[in-house]
Design a protein around this ligand. Structure first.
Ligand code: HSE
Length: 420
């Protein structure tokens, strides 16, 4: 094992507690023979003679069959995994950043070496997502996937929605409880979701999604005011990773806070839970949900992968890495067709609505719903929901609206999931 943090500790415990059942399923003994860590000084649940701070000695040890990489990040994880594969070892990893950035290359090397490279724990913690996409669902053309793939942000958004509290306040509390990291960027700015949805899209569509092509927004802009309006209009706000099949050749991958109808299954995935909803041409609509992070659920995915590797070894298999190539064609966000939510603060006087409606109309944006209320100090608050329109048209209308004298502030806007 490389790394012995939350996931490593859970995997070690599961291998220990369920040893007999796991070995019976594989048909071979399983032994953790070495654990590589940065700091040898810490107290840990595994016997101290297993630990080394020389991670390279593990990937170079000829007596080791399988390397379980749980250190995360790309450096040195990626070089260690590459060396393990060169040395003929199967690899199990939970590393989403490494797989999102270098998955195509790593899986191909494993395939060339007739080895396994499994990464179920990289996305959705304990929820089986990667294996079903690779196998049971592989015959489908996937039309759309939408995932709540980050527990930290879902915890924050759920608390904001259920308790009417603001983003900063809930984030601070989540940090104090250890649910959110001291530097929350990776989660709240959508990087974690971007890595995870990129991996799922790469498997479902057979080519690596360059992460630079993923449109990404985090949840910092979500306010309790917007949460409350969303509720009135019949929606919840969730951070979704979304993949749309745009044509037979291209997809669009995006991560952003999204208004989703309260009657959609994803609207009911709350707290630290994760979920993936997908629509396949033959299977129809499907949703997976469960615990997307944490020691035990993620260990469950790691050990499941290990059992798969063990069964292959036991059957003298040739490895079951399923490569995906490169060259995925992706569409930019500008050509997205979506409904939008817009909240404005305006002067509370005559003609305001007609000025705004003209800007929408001139840019082919049609309105579907509206909420309005007078605030103090001569201001009014107006919230619009549009019919589906082109992102570029909505953005042009928004710019035009922001320049009107009668408009005090463009307070916020979000994309809305089109439930059709
Ligand atoms: N930081 C992630 C989350 C867990 O909040 O869901 C690991 O993927």
């Amino acid at each position: 094992m490389l790394g012995f943090g939350t996931v490593g500790t859970g995997a070690f415990r599961m291998l220990h507690d369920n040893k007999k059942a796991i070995e019976d399923k594989i048909g071979l003994p399983v032994e953790v023979v070495r654990i590589g860590v940065k700091d040898l000084g810490k107290d840990r649940i595994a016997p101290s003679d297993l630990f080394t701070d020389d991670l390279w000695s593990i990937v170079d040890d000829p007596s080791i069959d399988v390397v379980v990489e749980l250190i995360g990040g790309t450096d040195p994880a990626c070089s260690l995994v590459e060396r393990a594969i060169q040395n003929g070892k199967h690899v199990v990893t939970a590393n989403k950043e490494m797989m999102a950035k270098f998955g195509s290359r790593l899986v191909q090397s494993a395939k060339d070496g007739k080895l396994d490279l499994h990464y179920e724990a990289a996305v959705g913690g304990g929820i089986p997502l990667i294996q079903p996409l690779k196998h049971q669902l592989a015959g489908n053309d996937v039309l759309q996937m939408m995932g709540i793939l980050n527990g930290t942000t879902n915890y924050i958004l759920t608390a904001m929605q259920q308790e009417g509290r603001g983003f900063e306040e809930v984030l601070k509390e989540a940090q104090a409880k250890g649910y959110a990291e001291a530097d929350p960027t990776n989660d709240v700015d959508g990087f974690d979701t971007m890595y995870k949805i990129s991996i799922l899209a790469s498997i479902a569509f057979g080519k690596q999604v360059p992460i630079e092509s993923v449109y990404r927004e985090g949840i910092r802009k979500v306010t309790k005011t917007d949460m409350a309006y969303a509720e009135i209009l019949g929606y919840r706000i969730k951070l979704l990773g979304i993949v749309d099949a745009v044509s037979s050749e291209s997809i669009r991958v995006r991560v952003h806070p999204t208004l989703i109808k309260k009657d959609h299954q994803l609207a009911h995935v709350n707290g630290v839970f994760n979920a993936l909803w997908l629509r396949g041409d033959f299977v129809g609509d499907l949703m997976f949900s469960g615990r997307g992070a944490g020691s035990d659920p993620t260990a469950s995915a790691v050990v499941g992968d290990l059992i798969d590797v063990g069964r292959n070894i036991s059957a003298n298999g040739q490895g079951s890495a399923i490569p995906y190539g490169t060259g995925m064609v992706t569409e930019p966000i500008d050509s997205l067709v979506s409904p939008f939510y817009l909240r404005l603060l305006v002067s509370d006087r005559p003609m305001v609505l007609s000025v705004i409606a003209t800007a929408f109309g001139e840019n082919r944006v049609s309105l579907a719903a509206m909420e309005m209320k007078a605030l103090d100090e001569g201001l009014g608050e107006i919230v619009f929901l549009t019919h589906p329109c082109r992102e570029s048209d909505f953005q042009t209308a928004l710019k035009q609206i922001g320049e009107q004298d009668v408009v005090d502030t463009v307070a916020n806007w979000f994309r809305v999931h089109d439930s059709k």
